[in-house]
Ligand binder design. Structure first.
Ligand code: PLP
Ligand code: MN
Length: 390
């Protein structure tokens, strides 16, 4: 190479396998592989014991390597929330993806129908127009899609209200199918996001039971109308113990259990959650970049590397141990930290690990996940669907 080319600066990797975890260039998203694997094993074992299929939500991790680890343990596939988000998973060879969401434009329906030529795909609907868009797209691409009607079981987000509304959509779907569209009714999606973060375990379980009962009423009415619903899918990390025990769900779709985050850690576990305690496996590695302020120190990790919509991060030592330091405020690229009273001085250059308040939007800020085990970097996984929100 000519000297000018040889000298052209490029971004060095944040870490290489074998590097001590405390020496990763920061801010960087770290995965404690041992805790991560325990989380995966724990939920898979409980789902297996309950005879319920696990279809983890990939919006939490956006990472095909993690999807593979979930499927290797027995997950039937993954959920994605957006059509574009599914693309890197299809490209990575993930063979079964449920889009747990509605598609309301021709361009999105078109991409979904194209993906369905390469993987078994399903999608939610709650309107006849969505069915028409999907029908046109699968006709264009000669592909087939599973269709789940979403019902609203109390969240007040997407989904139709009752069995008659489901039956009206099924009529429309059957008409499209008779006209040659490769659309197949697969069942119901019944998800209630608002109950996931109820702190009180008794209240959380009670609300999950009420939501499941609402879904069960719709299911029973459909059965009386002679409609078979092979799949009832839903549930999240906060309700999964209740969902597995409900007898309603054939499939659950929690996402955050992989990492746990500061917000989910505030959920009080009840007796039914004991076997499903998930551990923090996700940390944002940061570095003390200034101590000039005297009473506070400044970290190199703020809003651009950390979501704060569900609270500020908890400050840990390298490895995840508690410190008592308080993260007070996040600026774009600065984090203001008040050292724990009586703690040893925090020195400039010192690494600290942060537990993000909310895992999903934090993952979306990073290109890579640095996997660590026994204090060393083991692998670097692309967060391939990062930013893909179309
Ligand atoms: N399913 C749907 C439809 C969701 O919207 C979500 C999260 O918002 C999940 C599953 C997974 O939830 P969690 O990450 O809380 O487990
Ligand atoms: Mn979330």
């Amino acid at each position: 190479a000519r000297p000018a080319d040889a000298d052209r600066p490029t971004l060095p990797p944040a870490a290489r396998p074998g590097l001590p975890a405390g020496e990763v260039d920061t801010p960087a998203l770290l995965l404690d592989l041992a805790a991560f694997e325990r989380n995966l094993d724990r939920l898979q074992a409980r789902a297996d014991a309950a005879g319920v299929q696990l279809r983890p939500h990939a919006k939490a991790h956006k990472c095909p390597d993690i999807a593979r680890a979930q499927i290797a343990r027995g997950a039937v596939g993954v959920c994605c929330q957006k059509v574009s988000e599914a693309l890197p998973f299809v490209q990575a060879g993930i063979g079964d993806i449920h889009l747990s969401n509605q598609v309301a434009s021709p361009a999105k329906a078109d991409l979904l129908a194209r993906l369905a030529r390469h993987a078994r795909m399903s999608v939610c609907v709650d309107s006849t127009r969505q069915i028409d868009l999907l029908a046109a797209a699968v006709r264009t691409h000669g592909s087939t899609l599973g269709v789940l009607v979403e019902i609203d079981i109390g969240q007040g987000r997407c989904g139709v209200a009752d069995a008659p509304a489901v039956l009206r959509l099924l009529e429309h779907l059957e008409r499209a199918a008779r006209q040659g569209a490769g659309l197949h009714f697969r069942g119901l999606q019944a998800y209630h996001g608002a109950i996931q973060h109820l702190r009180d375990a008794a209240q959380r379980h009670q609300q999950a039971a009420l939501a499941a009962a609402r879904a069960a009423r719709v299911l029973t009415a459909l059965q009386h109308a002679g409609v078979a619903c092979p799949v009832v899918t839903g549930g999240g990390t906060g309700s999964v113990a209740a969902d597995l025990a409900s007898g309603l769900y054939t499939e659950v779709q929690p996402g955050s259990y992989v990492f746990m985050d500061g917000d989910y850690a505030l959920n009080e576990p009840g007796p039914a959650d004991q076997a499903l305690r998930f551990e923090h496996s996700l940390y944002l590695a940061s570095t003390v970049m200034s101590t000039a302020g005297g009473t506070h120190v400044v970290l190199d990790a703020g809003l651009k590397s950390l979501a704060t919509d569900s609270g500020l991060p908890r400050v840990c030592a390298v490895g995840g141990g508690a410190t008592g330091h308080r993260y007070l405020a996040a600026n774009d690229e600065h984090g203001i930290v008040q050292p724990a009273p009586g703690a040893a001085t925090l020195a400039e250059g010192e690494p600290l690990w942060l537990v993000p308040g909310h895992c999903d939007p934090t993952l979306n800020l990073h290109d890579q996940l640095v996997g660590c085990r026994d204090g060393r970097v083991e692998c670097i996984w692309p967060i391939a669907a990062r930013g893909l929100s179309r």
